[in-house]
Design a protein around this ligand. Structure first.
Ligand code: PNS
Length: 161
């Protein structure tokens, strides 16, 4: 049984993430999507519980996917779920520098391999950071996120902030 572990901040989960998860379900028997804290990033917009709820709704059509949200080391999650490999999406070249270092660190810590899936060109500019910014100022991000996420973003910024 092959198990992919797809980690990320997912703050919020968007259509580029969804594409990577959907493609991984065709390559692995099961897929665990893990919302984690990224200590490099400041105060998150959504707490881990909110992120997990939105992701569960956005991936309800994918029966081999399970979702977890944890505040721990990624390699610990990989060990607990018995991951065959960590899977990450790559949008642009700058992603690669960062991802390469994390992949090497995680492999040094635990031996787990990281595999990369390049996102389609149509998703290469979608980033959670930009979505938070656009939504905060009342912009329409519905083309870039699942409906469950769009709804939560609208609620979060209702009345302006
Ligand atoms: O979506 P992101 O912010 O690029 O995801 C980064 C994430 C959450 C996968 C990374 O920060 C992470 O693995 N956090 C858990 C803590 C950890 O294991 N850190 C060491 C990474 S080498």
């Amino acid at each position: 049984m092959t198990i992919a572990l797809i980690p990320g901040s997912f703050d919020p989960f968007h259509n580029g993430h969804l594409e990577v998860v959907e493609r991984a379900t065709r390559l692995f028997d099961s897929v665990v999507v893990a919302a984690l804290r990224n200590p490099q990033k400041s105060q998150p917009l959504f707490d881990l519980e909110e992120r997990q709820e939105m992701m569960a709704e956005a991936m309800a059509h994918l029966p081999t996917v399970t979702i977890v949200s944890v505040s721990t080391l990624l390699v610990e999650v990989a060990r607990e779920v018995g991951a065959t490999a960590i899977v990450k999406g790559l949008r642009v070249v700058t992603d690669f520098e960062n991802e390469l270092q994390m992949a090497q660190m995680n492999r040094s810590l635990s031996g787990v391999e990281t595999l990369f899936i390049p996102t389609s060109a149509g998703h290469s500019f979608i980033a959670s950071r930009l979505l938070r910014e656009v939504a905060r100022y009342g912009g329409d991000v519905s083309a870039f996120v699942p409906p469950a996420v769009d709804r939560r973003l609208r609620q979060k910024f209702a009345g302006g902030s």
